[in-house]
Design a protein. Structure first.
Length: 521
């Protein structure tokens, strides 16, 4: 009809201004906010670079070793390791640009740990309010968990940062109906499961939280789930092979206490977790809304799923709870804000408890042992590690300190073809089947009379580290090998590298020592 505007039907789907509106409040900050976050970043940078040059431990040596493989071959190499590929692919690119030193590789984790500070502020402000964002940023800036793993060449700080993005995308996308954030949730969750397998438990928790707290959003959730499944599907054949043949035989079955206190791992342990729980009881859950209930379920279902699975296939390690870093942090911040006076006391108590946290310059003494061994290896010596997964970190440091030497590596299972990776494929069965005398004789046959070889073995004193199926077997094999070597008349002990006093005082779970033998005939 003339003179009358007829509204045109709008096309379904994501419109450009939807995305801008979805980000409104997430990226639009006041100058005071920017100043606060900048100050926290500066303080955190000072705090988290004190031990940036800390020596590698077992897992870090494996990380660097895997990352050194050709970028396209890393997913195949990981069939032996049991991990998904995202972090190692990123680390592979990183070391090709910045090098593979401790400082360089730790810097990648540091970047993610620092990014958690503005991420925590933005997430707290977006999901709750500005005061919650401020408290979340304060917690993220001083959290010992991020301080520790922000200086370790592993994927945990990366996973913590991704969890912040995931929580915002889930709350604003699934719970509050933003299509833009639903779209963002798909690659975020996919990246998380490609970075660490425990994010699969988080995916189950997302489904449970939606079922309980947002049944009206099932269509949005189904679309997101389909997108994540499509992105993750190419990795499923490798995952199934890893589940059947790798696992984590170094872990023990977790107790009920460990399950109940697991969320505290990302806040510095049980002690700092208690004041936050008290504050929560005083202010948060009495007025819990859908968002708080959903975040609580994300944590509870993830932890419970990991705990139940670890009853059958032990794979429990509190560092893995980076996947629930964001919901734990945001719930803690919200509890402190709503607790008012109780919350303020809780916040002060947490910072007092965090004040005593310190990091060592080495997480184990492999670097020191390798440096001292470098003075006694002069050619193509055989390096035998009775703790098999130590080979990659030993190879890394001996490659640095014994430049030009063509060292060969072996374990109590025999020669190692690729010393940059530990092959977890049916490792327990292979180690159990490896007979001590025949394996040793076969290795010694490759050493010429008059030449030397090195045996690196743990110092067995803290037996908490040797209770799991794999580690107990390593302990038994190491004892058998040490006894056999010490009584072999064809060998002479010509050197013994022991842990220094500092390493012993720090009570590393698995300090190393090395024996240098000469083959007489």
């Amino acid at each position: 009809m003339e003179g009358v505007d007829v509204a045109r039907p709008r096309r379904a789907g994501l419109r450009p201004h939807d995305a801008r509106r979805a980000l409104d409040g997430f990226l639009t900050w006041r100058w005071a906010d920017l100043t606060l976050v900048a100050a926290l970043l500066a303080g955190s940078l000072a705090l988290r670079t004190v031990q940036l040059n800390a020596g590698f431990w077992i897992d870090e040596g494996i990380s660097v070793g895997i990352a050194h493989h050709h970028w396209t071959s890393i997913p195949h190499v990981l069939r032996q390791d049991g991990s998904p590929p995202a972090y190692y692919l990123l680390l592979g690119l990183w070391i090709r640009v910045f090098g593979d030193s401790e400082r360089s590789t730790h810097a990648l984790s540091l970047l993610f740990a620092l990014a958690c500070i503005p991420g925590a502020y933005a997430a707290g402000r977006s999901v709750f309010d500005r005061r919650t964002g401020v408290v979340a940023a304060l917690l993220a800036a001083a959290d010992p968990y991020l301080t520790y793993y922000g200086q370790e060449t592993r994927m945990y700080s990366m996973e913590a940062f991704l969890s912040l993005v995931m929580v915002v995308a889930y709350v604003k996308g699934i719970l509050r109906g933003s299509r833009a954030w639903c779209v963002a949730l798909v690659p975020t969750l996919a990246l998380m499961v490609y970075a660490h397998n425990w994010a699969l438990f988080l995916c189950v928790a997302v489904a449970a939280a939606t079922l309980v707290c947002a049944r009206d959003a099932w269509r949005r959730f189904a679309a997101v789930a389909a997108g994540v499944a499509a992105l993750y599907a190419p990795w499923l054949p490798t995952l199934f092979a890893q589940v059947r043949h790798t696992g984590a035989p170094w872990s023990t079955v977790p107790s009920l206490h460990e399950m109940l206190t697991a969320p505290g791992a990302v806040l510095g342990g049980d002690a700092p977790f208690v004041p936050i729980v008290v504050a929560a009881a005083g202010g948060l859950y009495a007025t819990a809304r859908r968002t708080e209930r959903a975040l609580f379920l994300l944590v509870a279902v993830t932890v419970a799923g990991a705990w139940i699975e670890s009853q059958f296939n032990p794979a429990w390690a509190t560092r893995y709870f980076a996947v629930v870093f964001a919901p734990v942090l945001l719930l803690a911040a919200a509890a402190i804000v709503r607790g008012r006076r109780f919350g303020a006391v809780a916040l002060v108590a947490v910072f007092v408890l965090w004040w005593g946290f310190t990091m060592h310059d080495d997480k184990e003494n492999a670097r020191g042992v390798a440096a001292r061994l470098a003075t006694v290896v002069h050619g193509s010596e055989l390096i035998i590690s009775t703790h098999p997964e130590q080979v990659p970190v030993l190879r890394y440091y001996l490659g640095k300190y014994a430049v030009g030497q063509h060292l060969r590596y072996a374990t109590t299972m025999g020669p190692v073809a690729d010393p940059q990776v530990f092959d977890w494929y049916d490792a327990v069965e292979r180690l159990r089947a490896a007979k001590v005398r025949p394996t040793l004789d076969a290795l010694l046959a490759t050493v010429r009379p008059g030449n030397e070889f090195v045996v690196v073995t743990p110092v067995f004193r803290d037996y908490r580290a040797w209770e799991a199926k794999w580690t107990r077997l390593v302990w038994q094999k190491s004892e058998d090998w040490t006894n056999l070597l010490s009584h072999d008349p064809n060998l002479r002990l010509v050197g013994h590298v022991t842990p220094d006093e500092i390493a012993l005082k720090r009570n590393y779970f698995k300090p190393l020592q090395a024996f240098v033998y000469r083959k007489l005939r």
